[in-house]
Design a protein around this ligand. Structure first.
Ligand SMILES: Nc1ncnc2c1ncn2[C@@H]1O[C@H](COP(=O)(O)OP(=O)(O)O)[C@@H](O)[C@H]1O
Ligand SMILES: [Mg+2]
Length: 241
């Protein structure tokens, strides 16, 4: 689904990413972790086609990234809900823009477990519920590639685990390819079949782990993977990459 080869990116003098390479097979998940400011959001921007590829090669579904690829959905941390629209209208936003039938929004709201809140306003929702609306909006369009930028970082720990479970269930059902940027090592290990660890800026690949522990927080393999990712992060922060 994604093939990245030596992708670099600079904002003027500021080099954000350097020589990042990885492959994401169709239907699989990749978690990206790295220190603040190391280029994680930049990487998502490149994959989403919001930033131009200026160095290296980046293919999505076999083709060079294009802006507004219909199958790519990007979910941002701040949810992006319109306060003057109901939950249902917010979930249907992408469909309306593309002049598609809005029934898919109702189905998506059911899928994320908030069909009963369809007529509420965003300010009447908890953080976790708002995040569900944002996910429903993306799912309504039937994406084959879901990009998420620290989607759960504003949520309390229990809600966060609930949302991780929901995302895992959605992914298992839909087999959507997923790139998840996160600050949380445990979140990366819970959700990423591969875990890409970036160094501090400019973000380089410190390590790319194949993770057998997806979906099982209690497994021994989970805890040993958490430790391996932690070691790699420390190496990257100390400039050892
Ligand atoms: N529009 C921009 N102009 C200049 N520098 C930027 C811009 N966006 C991000 N940066 C810089 O690029 C680096 C990577 O940013 P970002 O990808 O947002 O990091 P992360 O998401 O890992 O925290 C940071 O040092 C940031 O300050
Ligand atoms: Mg960021």
């Amino acid at each position: 689904m994604i093939k990245a080869r030596k992708v670099s990116y600079a904002y003027g003098e500021t080099v954000a990413l350097r020589d990042v390479s990885f492959d994401l097979p169709r239907g699989q998940t990749l978690a990206v972790v790295g220190p603040s400011g190391c280029g994680k959001t930049t990487l998502l921007g490149l994959i989403a086609g919001l930033l131009p590829i200026t160095a290296g090669e980046l293919l999505v579904d076999g083709a060079p990234v294009q802006p507004r690829r219909p199958g790519t959905a990007l979910i941002l941390q701040d949810y992006g809900l319109l306060p003057w629209k109901t939950v249902r209208e917010n979930a249907a936003l992408g469909l309306r823009i593309r002049r598609l039938p809005v029934d898919a929004a109702d189905q998506a709201l059911r899928e994320v477990g908030i069909a009963d809140l369809a007529r509420r306003w965003p300010h009447q929702l908890s953080g976790g519920q708002q995040q569900r609306v944002a996910i429903a909006r993306a799912l309504a369009l039937g994406p084959d590639l879901l990009l998420m930028d620290e989607p759960f970082s504003a949520l309390d720990a229990l809600t966060r685990e609930e949302m991780q479970d929901l995302l895992l269930a959605i992914w298992r059902k839909r087999q959507t390819s997923l790139v998840l940027v996160t600050h949380s090592i445990t979140e990366a290990v819970y959700l990423g079949q591969q875990i890409l660890v970036l160094s501090r800026r400019p973000g380089r690949v410190v390590d790319l782990f194949a993770n057998p522990a997806v979906g099982d927080r209690r497994a021994d393999a989970f805890h040993s993977m958490v430790n391996r990712v932690r070691d790699a992060l420390e190496k990257g922060v100390n400039g050892g990459a």
